[in-house]
Design a protein around this ligand. Structure first.
Ligand code: G3I
Length: 397
């Protein structure tokens, strides 16, 4: 071969290795993918793997493992609480950026992207806002202005530092709500009507034209009956389709992925079908808050392996279902866990009758569980032709 051909062949080999993110074997030590972190294994797929971060745990010097793993295993982070309205603007017009800025700095230090959570939600609102509306001192026109000002201030503050914003969170009711016909629910729909959703996306886009803007919700992992009156995924799909049709700058739909081993849950193909349908609207998707909780029976609490093992196994299967679906759909950009250790999970605090727990991929002593190993295996043993790198999403103008 001519020297120029050798050079060309060498360049192709290097480029291919780089594209596949193949790590060469070091002297005497073959490359072992099972020792790699989730974030490194996900890189080959162009996928970001993330976690919600509890700032109190991150700052706890007595618990260094939390910080180590948050930095080494994940390529994207989400503030579990500190970017919510009650944290950012506890007093009207006075912002407390400290903890959220600290997370953004942590992400920069660890070459991580940030998912911003959350601009508009009916929970964790400051009392000055909810009480002002309740006692009539804040009227509808003022409330709309307050919402616009908050979105503008927050998105501007973090401009250029947030990859994906959860602009609107959990706007849609559940079949167990009253009335049972699905509808726009909660504080914002009640006081401003459903038009606030489109407004919020437009205000967010104006404040940071480069951030990807997401609608985020739970129980939308798969389609049901196809009737928007009782199928939440269909309701959200039609909402996103209408927003797109009206030129509202929505770029993605986030599926939270809060599952439980006591439920029927889904198979991978159902979840792929849902992601694909959203992609058909020109939208990116992401799993944004994945965890899989289990009922903590007396047997589980007493350490009975006959009760614990099936839960660990079912949990791993559910994590895997969502990750494999995400890998299969090229517009699924990131896979974020809602916390990574049972030591710091919202689940025990939120479900006490019956108690629930075991929801994350590391146990309370930071030992990786079967679910962690399965996530790893999915990242290792998948690839072309059915699993290809992600298609980057461009913010819609
Ligand atoms: O900050 C106060 C603290 O001052 C007080 O001493 C303590 C006593 O209970 O409460 C602290 O606030 C708690 C807050 O988390 C911060 O730790 C609240 O009680 C508690 O309710 C709150 O829970 C959060 C929950 O959202 C609120 O709805 C969870 O940590 C958080 O994981 C959870 O996250 C949500 C997502 O944002 C949206 N999707 C569902 C997901 C799970 O509910």
């Amino acid at each position: 071969m001519k020297p120029s051909r050798w050079l060309a062949a060498g360049l192709v080999a290097v480029a291919t290795a780089a594209a596949l993110n193949v790590v060469p074997a070091t002297a005497g030590r073959p490359y072992d993918p099972t020792t790699q972190s989730l974030r490194d294994l996900a890189k080959r797929h162009g996928l970001y793997v993330g976690t919600a971060v509890d700032m109190a745990a991150l700052d706890n010097a007595a618990e260094p493992r939390y910080r180590e793993l948050a930095g080494s295993e994940f390529s994207t982070v989400t503030a579990e609480n500190v970017m919510k309205w009650e944290s950012l603007e506890p007093t009207r017009g006075t912002y407390n950026w400290g903890p959220a800025d600290e997370l953004v700095a942590f992400a920069r230090q660890h070459q991580q992207r940030v998912r911003g959570h959350v601009l508009v939600w009916h929970n964790q609102l400051p009392t000055w806002l909810t009480e002002g509306v309740a006692d009539g001192s804040i009227d509808t026109a003022e409330l709309r202005k307050i919402l616009r000002d908050h979105i503008t201030a927050v998105v501007r503050h973090f401009k250029g530092q947030i990859w994906q914003w959860d602009v609107v969170n959990e706007a849609v009711s559940d079949p167990w709500d009253t009335p049972s016909t699905l509808h726009y629910k909660g504080f914002w729909a009640q006081h401003l009507g459903p038009g606030y959703v489109a407004d919020a996306f437009r205000w967010a886009r104006a404040a940071d034209p480069k951030a990807l803007l997401f609608y985020n919700d739970y129980n939308i992992e798969a389609f049901g009956s196809g009737n928007p009156a009782d199928d939440k995924t269909q309701f959200v799909y039609e909402m996103a389709r209408d927003l797109r049709a009206r030129g509202v700058p929505i770029d993605g739909v986030g599926s939270q992925g809060h599952l439980g081993t006591q439920y029927g849950n889904y198979d991978t193909l159902q979840v792929v079908a849902a992601l694909r349908k959203f992609a058909g609207l020109g939208l990116a998707t992401a799993f944004t808050e994945v965890d899989v909780r289990s009922q903590m029976t007396a047997g589980v609490q007493a350490g009975d392996s006959a009760e614990i093992n099936p839960r660990l196994q079912a949990s791993a299967a559910n994590f895997s279902t969502l990750l494999r679906a995400c890998l299969a759909e090229r517009h699924c950009l990131s896979f974020t866990l809602w916390g990574f250790t049972d030591k710091h999970s919202w689940v025990p605090g939120a479900f006490s009758d019956p108690p629930e727990g075991l929801a994350t991929v590391y146990d309370e002593n930071y030992r990786p569980k079967r679910s962690y190993q399965e996530l790893k295996a999915d990242l290792i043993y998948s690839g072309p032709p059915f699993v290809l790198p992600r298609v980057p999403q461009q913010p819609r103008r």
